[in-house]
Design a protein. Sequence first.
Length: 108
Amino acid sequence: MADPYAIRLSLGAPTMRPVDWVFARELLTEGLRRPTGSGDVLVMPRHHPHPHSIRVVLRNPAGTAVIEMAMSEVATFLQQTFGLVPDGEECLHVDLDRSISELTGRRA
């Protein structure tokens, strides 16, 4: 896993190259309970007229996309990610030497 703190949301038609949005798993988790986020990614739960959905708003200079997802499916997905990397144990899955090498351009 490249980043145990993040999740990836891929959008696009099957015949097109997907557009990937990578953002904090914590942001999506918190968004199940209350509106959260700032900047490029906002997450809002249970909104009218879809009380069992979660809304993810993605913004960049090219425009804004609003994605609606079933809250139960998002919760199941997050449970699976926490099964792979439990909350608070993300740092155990980070290769710090490799990350420093990538930042500095030096080999580990």
